[in-house]
Design a protein around this ligand. Structure first.
Ligand code: SF4
Ligand code: SF4
Length: 636
């Protein structure tokens, strides 16, 4: 490297850092579709090449031309070969913008030719260049091309309009058919100016979502890897949504059954949100679609059974019927009938409910001294921890208190305060008072089944309850990664006009982040064990797992957790018709990694879905990191 005159160099040996560097290269063509300020940029002038000796002069004149047309672009690519890729912020949505695209294209073609270059360096010409080829080859040569083509293809069957007798370079632009005004939607789409159409046209088709292997911790796109079908890739779904908005091929809009069927096998794992170079967020688009598709209509049974799970489980807890229900679903015929009624996969076992919900345990334990010192942290009693896995909550309390933190739970009564935010909150609602105590909820199950009106209602009630917490400096610790991701991502996007939503989203911390930020001097017990298991897909996509890695390292837990998606993904794997894909996803990475793990390995899975999948498909018990650390601490 030094011999080449390089002024500085670094040999990267850390696998995660190597992956991050490779990702810059792999994602370049996608990343370049966004300008630094987040606005869109488009291909159309990719791939011109000039002799390398002319590159400097060409680039200077190229920039001058961009400026003259009021355009911006970021060149990247093969500078050593004189071949430049660039995505330019053309306005392809208005007639004036398309006119500028044409004029710029003509002048740039002349510039490339003046430097002795080629309009296409490493790829084909296509419709974008064909009209301009006479400027490079001369009309006589192109006429010869035409005669040769006619000889071999007299009926013009092969790629018509692409080289000779070309279609105009600005004809058939993909966006011409899209609606000009933003369509009414439920999510805020802040990165796309509130425009669902802009969100959908993010996909530039580079097909990273169609790779059949997942590098490192990557997740996207488990449904494509399971079926191998384009319609089950992120790109295929984005394409179908594009067609739905265009209304030419798919003419029934949000009611389209083709789009519904393509989205049906999307696990809402959010893998594309982080792994797609342009951040196509199909889980959000799916929720949006289901919201409109079923508006005013009966939904699949699973939407009622699983989407409203927090409600059913709360009733079960209030009526103290969990033991009776557990006994009933242990009877095979009854379990089968319940699955049929609820639209669940017949292959699935119904998980048992906890006899004592987490918050009931909390109320019965000796209450900690409020003046005991240490930072105050508010522990979020998510539905899964509360009703299905309260041991996780108890373990988290044990560890957080051992780390010197003061743990509190969110309020369950509305306080007498003036309404805030969107003004639709009712703080002293007599009906709510009659109903008794309220419970916070992230709305995840409503979002993933597209019940967005209910999700917003649930989230508004939650914000009302959380107001006293927002007045403090306390972080909100969320143990279930999918709930933490919903609060950080979906909450502010569903209630963009309520300032409390952003404030709560900014307070959310994972278990590991809480310990790192609020108990930085605390040392976890040294466990000296290898680990295997699953990084939750929402953790990978929305929350990040850097703090978890550091906490595991501090506890001497060695080894990597698997990437991909466990395949259960909340309601997805429980719904009828999803069993095969759900099991195939688990077989892709998680189950092989568990089988290959050393005998003494601890099986980590912070997500309730991942633990359930492990239990039902491999008969092994995964544990939350909080449980593993609490066990290491021993009895208080
Ligand atoms: S959705 Fe797939 S094809 Fe589209 S930009 Fe993302 S990775 Fe590329
Ligand atoms: S959310 Fe997951 S399954 Fe759905 S398209 Fe994105 S990566 Fe694929």
């Amino acid at each position: 490297v030094r011999a080449a005159g390089v002024v500085d160099a670094l040999v990267v040996t850390d696998p995660a850092a190597r992956r991050a560097l490779w990702r810059i290269r792999e994602d370049a063509s996608g990343t370049a579709t966004r300008m630094p300020d987040g606005t869109e940029a488009w291909p159309g002038w990719e791939d011109c090449a000039v002799p390398p000796a002319r590159l400097g002069a060409y680039l200077r004149e190229f920039r001058t031309l961009l400026t003259a047309h009021g355009l911006r672009g970021t060149p990247y690519g093969h500078f050593g070969d004189g071949c430049i890729h660039v995505r330019v912020d053309f306005d392809l949505l208005t007639a004036a913008g398309v006119g500028r695209f044409r004029r710029f294209s003509e002048e740039l073609a002349d510039l490339v030719v003046a430097h002795g270059g080629s309009l296409s360096g490493e790829h084909g010409d296509g419709q974008a260049r064909a009209e301009l080829l006479p400027r490079m080859y001369g009309a006589e040569t192109v006429a010869l091309f035409e005669r040769a083509k006619t000889l071999w293809d007299p009926d013009d069957l092969l790629n018509p309009g692409m080289l000779v007798r070309p279609a105009p370079l600005d004809a058939d632009l993909r966006f011409a058919v899209l609606p000009r005004e933003p369509v009414p939607v439920a999510f805020g789409y802040p990165a796309d100016g509130g425009d669902f159409t802009a969100a959908v046209r993010r996909c530039v088709g580079v097909a990273k979502c169609r790779t059949t292997e997942t590098p490192g911790a990557a997740v996207m796109c488990p449904s494509f890897r399971a079926t191998g079908q384009e319609e089950h890739s992120t790109r295929g779904r984005a394409r179908l949504l594009h067609e739905m908005l265009a209304g030419e091929v798919i003419t029934d809009g949000w009611r389209s059954t083709e789009v519904r069927d393509a989205l049906d096998l999307c696990l809402s794992c959010k893998g594309c949100r982080s792994d797609c170079p342009v951040g196509v967020d199909m889980a959000t688009y799916k929720a949006e679609f289901l919201h409109h598709h079923y508006a005013g209509r009966r939904r699949p049974a699973a939407h009622y059974a699983l989407g409203r799970l927090p409600l059913w489980l709360r009733w079960t807890a209030r009526t103290r019927t969990a033991p009776a229900l557990n006994a009933l679903v242990a009877l095979r015929p009854l379990a089968a009938a319940a699955r049929r009624l609820a639209g669940l996969a017949p292959e699935r076992a119904i998980p048992p409910l906890a006899r004592q919900p987490f918050t009931r345990w909390w109320r019965r334990r000796p209450q900690p001294d409020p003046d005991s010192g240490g930072d105050l942290v508010v522990l979020w009693p998510d539905t899964f921890t509360e009703h299905l896995a309260p041991t996780v909550g108890r373990a988290a309390v044990r560890v957080l208190e051992a780390a010197g933190l003061r743990v509190a739970l969110p309020p369950t009564r509305h306080l007498d305060r003036p309404p805030v935010g969107d003004g639709r909150s009712r703080l002293l609602n007599p009906v709510a008072l009659l109903r008794g105590r309220g419970q916070v909820c992230c709305g995840l199950t409503y979002v993933s089944t597209g019940q967005l009106d209910r999700a917003r209602a649930v989230l508004r009630r939650t914000l009302d309850l959380m107001e006293p917490v927002l007045d403090t400096a306390a972080p909100v610790v969320v143990l279930e990664p999918s709930c933490a991701a919903a609060l950080r991502g979906d909450l502010p996007e569903l209630l963009p006009d309520d300032p409390r939503a952003r404030r709560l989203a900014d307070r959310v911390l994972t278990f590991a982040e809480t310990l790192e930020r609020h108990a930085p001097t605390w040392r976890p017990p040294r466990l000296d064990r290898p680990v295997t298991g699953q990084t939750h897909c929402h953790q990978h996509a929305v929350l990040g797992d850097a703090a978890d890695r550091r906490l595991r390292a501090a506890a001497a837990l060695t080894g990597e957790l698997s990437g991909g998606c466990c395949g259960l993904a909340g309601n997805f794997g429980f719904e009828k018709g999803h069993w095969e894909v759900s099991a195939a996803c688990a077989e892709e990475q998680l189950l092989p990694s568990v089988r290959a793990a050393p005998e003494d390995a601890l099986l980590l899975a912070d997500g309730y879905s991942c633990r359930t999948q492990l239990e039902q498909l491999a008969g092994v018990r995964g544990r939350h990191l909080a449980e593993v650390l609490a066990e290491g601490l021993g009895e208080p």
